[in-house]
Design a protein around this ligand. Structure first.
Ligand SMILES: NC(=O)c1ccc[n+]([C@@H]2O[C@H](COP(=O)([O-])OP(=O)(O)OC[C@H]3O[C@@H](n4cnc5c(N)ncnc54)[C@H](OP(=O)(O)O)[C@@H]3O)[C@@H](O)[C@H]2O)c1
Length: 252
């Protein structure tokens, strides 16, 4: 018997899906039958390559430029998705950035950019999709990408850790607000994954992370993608307000 695809016919927005974890999520969503809006801010060429990879494999995807830290741009992202595909079933808030340094050296701008990109973007995009999801009365899925750093802290990342911890509070509160509408809101807290975000880490730092990880390796991008596809699917309809670590056991 052929298994139906997990996300057949669903409409999904994945913020920051021009590379890294976001592109892996967008690609797996398409494999699972979703039509995907590949959002990016400045990496147009990379976003177009993700769309091309999806469409050449028989999937459906469109690129959309929007700085999701900008309230109006996030509204436009949601409106364009509805204009293109009719409605929104799934929002993955994945866009994120770092400006790492110790508190004593951190500039106000380092704080503002990271909090706006990582946390304000969640408010912007959740706000943009919640009303159309509620009006449609077909439930929905919101999945927010946090980090284990938001749960356990990390020297040199007070801005990033605060933004990722903020996502946890936002996720649980919004899950309580939207539960009666069958819209689930969950967060994923990844450990270390090889992307441009983590390429600043020295080989020694990566080695220490691997040694502290019970599974003895860094994560593969597909690991996060498979979890996200599951949470976005009907199979996860009774899971809401959760923060799921995916870190090989690093932060247990
Ligand atoms: N890699 C890890 O080990 C790890 C661990 C824990 C959590 N995470 C989280 O996972 C998410 C993805 O990280 P990653 O490692 O895949 O990072 P990445 O490779 O640097 O990709 C970041 C993505 O976010 C987009 N982006 C950044 N600012 C944006 C904005 N203002 N508006 C729209 N898109 C924006 C980027 O697109 P443009 O280039 O077009 O701006 C890019 O597509 C982040 O939230 C990150 O904090 C990563």
């Amino acid at each position: 018997m052929t298994e139906p695809r997990l996300l057949e016919g669903k409409i999904a927005i994945v913020t920051g899906s021009s590379r890294g974890i976001g592109s892996a999520i967008a690609e797996d969503f398409a494999i699972q039958g979703a039509k995907v809006v590949v959002n990016y801010n400045s990496s147009e060429e990379a976003a177009l390559a993700v769309v091309e990879k999806i469409t050449s494999a028989g999937g459906t995807a469109t690129p959309y430029q929007a700085d999701v830290s900008d309230f109006v741009a996030a509204q436009a992202l949601a409106k364009n998705t509805i204009d293109t595909y009719g409605h929104i079933d799934i929002l993955v808030n994945n866009a994120g950035t770092t400006r790492d340094t110790l508190l004593l050296l951190m500039k106000e701008d380092d704080w503002d950019v990271v909090l706006n990109t990582n946390l304000k973007s969640m408010f912007n995009c959740c706000k943009a999709v919640a009303r159309p999801m509620i009006r449609r009365k077909q439930g929905g899925r919101i999945i927010n990408i946090s980090s284990v750093v938001g749960l356990v802290g990390q020297a040199g990342q007070v801005n990033y850790a605060a933004s990722k911890a903020g996502i946890v509070g936002l996720t649980k509160s919004l899950a309580k607000e939207l539960g009666s509408r069958q819209i689930t809101v969950n967060a994923i807290a990844p450990g270390f994954f090889p992307t441009t975000l983590t390429e600043v880490l020295t080989d020694d730092m990566v080695q220490v992370a691997i040694e502290r990880t019970p599974l003895g390796r860094l994560g593969a991008l597909e690991d996060v993608a498979y979890l996200t596809s599951f949470l976005a699917s009907d199979r996860a309809s009774f899971i809401t307000g959760e923060v799921i670590k995916i870190d090989g056991g690093l932060a247990m």
